[in-house]
Design a protein around this ligand. Structure first.
Ligand code: SF4
Ligand code: SF4
Length: 213
């Protein structure tokens, strides 16, 4: 074993017994590596000056197109009558690893719908945009958009409530981001939602007729 070690050019080298201070080369004393780095910057600067900006997106006039699965600002979806689809089941808040969803539930005035969120807030500065809330929601009540305009002047502004989460512009299909999206099931899901809503509507009408009689 010892003979093998002695034959190995690396292992046979004497081990250092003392700390040797690093010795700078002449080029390092003259800061030449620094000029090498500056030359790279200069090369990009001159190339961009001659050919125009190539790697810069002139935000906000121009915007980068992200994948349709981009995880941006959340959207709370609504039923056909405009009410929130959320039933305040707390599954999203439970799944959230950043603990940034605050929900206060209330009894829905419609007996056919058990609960609704009186308060629904997401703290965008704590959110890590993992999409777990979207995955956890059984109602497809929360999805994500492509919107990444999230700048706040004050810490409190980062807590967005129901009104911000339901902003109509986010319903533009081109603005939609991460959501439980399975194309082959889309039509079936839409049909199921329509039927479920029709059931609620029928129950409401039946209740109204009963009260009237
Ligand atoms: S995206 Fe993730 S961190 Fe953000 S609210 Fe949803 S579960 Fe929480
Ligand atoms: S999981 Fe969906 S339905 Fe349940 S509280 Fe969250 S958003 Fe509402």
């Amino acid at each position: 074993m010892r003979s093998e070690m002695l034959r190995d050019p690396v292992l046979s080298r004497p081990r250092p017994r003392a700390v040797t201070p690093y010795k700078k080369s002449l080029a390092e004393w003259l800061y030449l590596p620094l000029f090498g780095g500056l030359m790279v910057t200069l090369r990009h600067f001159v190339r961009n000056l001659i050919k125009g900006p190539r790697y810069t997106i002139e935000y906000p006039e121009k915007r980068r197109d992200y994948s349709h699965r981009f995880r941006g600002h959340h959207i709370l979806t609504s039923r056909p009558d405009g009410s929130l689809r959320c039933v305040a089941c707390f599954l999203c808040a439970t799944a959230c690893p950043a603990d940034c969803i605050k929900i206060e539930s209330g009894e829905h005035p419609d007996v056919n719908i058990e609960k609704y969120p009186v308060v629904y807030e997401i703290d965008m500065l704590r959110c890590v945009f993992c999409g777990y809330c979207v995955d956890a929601c059984p109602e497809e009540a929360i999805i994500m958009s492509n919107n990444y305009d999230m700048a706040y002047f004050h810490r409190d502004q980062s807590k967005v409530g129901k009104n911000d989460l339901m902003k109509p512009y986010t319903f533009d299909p081109s603005q939609l981001g991460y959501r439980p999206h399975y194309p082959e099931e889309d039509a079936q899901r839409a049909k199921m939602r329509r039927e479920a809503f029709n059931l609620v509507q029928a129950a409401r009408e039946a209740g109204a007729t009963e009260v009237a009689s």
